[in-house]
Every structure is written in structure tokens, then in C-alpha cells.
Design a protein around this ligand. Sequence first.
Ligand SMILES: Nc1ncnc2c1ncn2[C@@H]1O[C@H](COP(=O)(O)OP(=O)(O)O)[C@@H](O)[C@H]1O
Ligand SMILES: [Mg+2]
Length: 231
Amino acid sequence: MLTVSGLSASYGAIRAVEDVSLEVPVGGFAALLGANGAGKSTTLRSIMGLHRPIKGSVKLRDVELSRLSLHRVVRLGMAFVPEGRMVAAPLTVEENLRLSVYAGRHHIAKHLDRVYQLFPRLKERRTQTAGLMSGGEQQMLAIGRAMMSGPDVLVLDEPSMGLAPAIVDLVFEAIVALHAQGQTVLLVEQNAAVAMSVVQYAYFLKRGRIVLQGKPSELRNSPEVMEAYLG
Ligand SMILES: Nc1ncnc2c1ncn2[C@@H]1O[C@H](COP(=O)(O)OP(=O)(O)O)[C@@H](O)[C@H]1O
Ligand SMILES: [Mg+2]
């Protein structure tokens, strides 16, 4: 179980995240949704130890993560797919996977096998230079790289960003497959319609605050939600 409670984070004088609380149960699949600038990435970066929150708590199995470094947070079971993918462009696919900060010293071959099973495309292209691949392939690589630690919780920041709809479907199919295998997932998306079609629970962030939350089936029945967030 990942539990975020009362999280607040600032950039100088700007309060980017204000009193955010959310929960992802073991094996759960939750989304944090909201427009550009709502504070989604800041929330994830605070969870992962990449941004220091000014208030609040982030707990994984009752272990306090906030104020630990990324390195420790990863050791404790979290993995992160950052916005914009951030693969190492000059390295090959397999080098990206093997050199991942998420790849520990143990079980590399096992994790590599699992990533290649999930994304046969990456296996085919394992000697390809990452920077020369398509956006969809780079997204698959970014997800694969995160999976190299066998994480308890996989955290993804806008995996659909900049991808054609058909490629978004492929990437989401892979995330859904991971969840079906028992992976706990926290997904951030601007594309609420796509995210709501796959997750079990959704939180809506607006100007740094959670303004709405619920199961997609409940949220979809609310005309107010449909109008404000799903167009
Ligand atoms: N690098 C930054 N420098 C200054 N302000 C920032 C920076 N990143 C984010 N912010 C502030 O935090 C707010 C939330 O940003 P962010 O978390 O990136 O939103 P989202 O991921 O939902 O698009 C922004 O509107 C901005 O005010
Ligand atoms: Mg963002």
C-alpha cells in the first residue's frame, strides 16, 4: 500500500501542490489526473524523492519515504517512469535496461527477460540506439527500465504524451498487462478519458489540490465530471 497524506510542495513562492492525499492499495491501479500545470509531476517527484515536499507524508508499507533520496526510495520498492521518458539517447536499448538505476546487482537477467516478454519490440531492437527510436518505443523502454528493479509500485508520469492514439493504446495495453500480473500502479495523465478506461480509482488535481475522486464507474455517472474533465 502506498499512502500519500497531506503532501504540500512549493517552487519558491509558488505552492504547486497543496494538501494532497491519495492511496494505492497493493495490486491496485490508480490515476492522478489533471490539466497542464495542475501539480501532477510535482506530486510524483515528491513521492519519488526528486523534490522535497514542505509538508506531508509518503508511506510504502508504513515506511516513511518522504525526504529520502531517489536511490533509497527505489531500494524500498518504488520505480518511476518520468515525463518525457528521459532514455539515455546514445546508449542501446539493452544498455539502457542494464544500466538503469532500477537495475540492482542481482536478478538482472530475470528482469531483462520479463521486460522483453512484455515488450517483444524492445527485444527485437535491443542493439538499437535508443535516441533513434520512435516515441512509442522510447516510452516502452522507459517503462522497461523502471521494471528492472521488480518494483512493488510502478509510478508513471504521462506515458501517453506526444504519442499517436494507436501507440497510446499499445503502451496502455502493456501497463494493463503489468497490472493484471499483480503490479501496483500509480498513473499520472492529462488524458483523463484514456486513463479512466483502465484504472480502478481516479483522483483529479486542480491547481495543486485534489478536487474530486472516485471509481471511474461512479465518476462517469456524474454529468458535472463529464463536462469538466472528460469533454
Ligand atoms: N521548474 C519549475 N520552476 C518553477 N515553477 C515550477 C516548476 N515546475 C513546476 N512549477 C510550478 O508548479 C506548478 C505545477 O507544475 P507540474 O507539477 O509540472 O504540473 P503538471 O505535471 O500537472 O503539468 C506549475 O504550474 C508551476 O507553477
Ligand atoms: Mg507534468
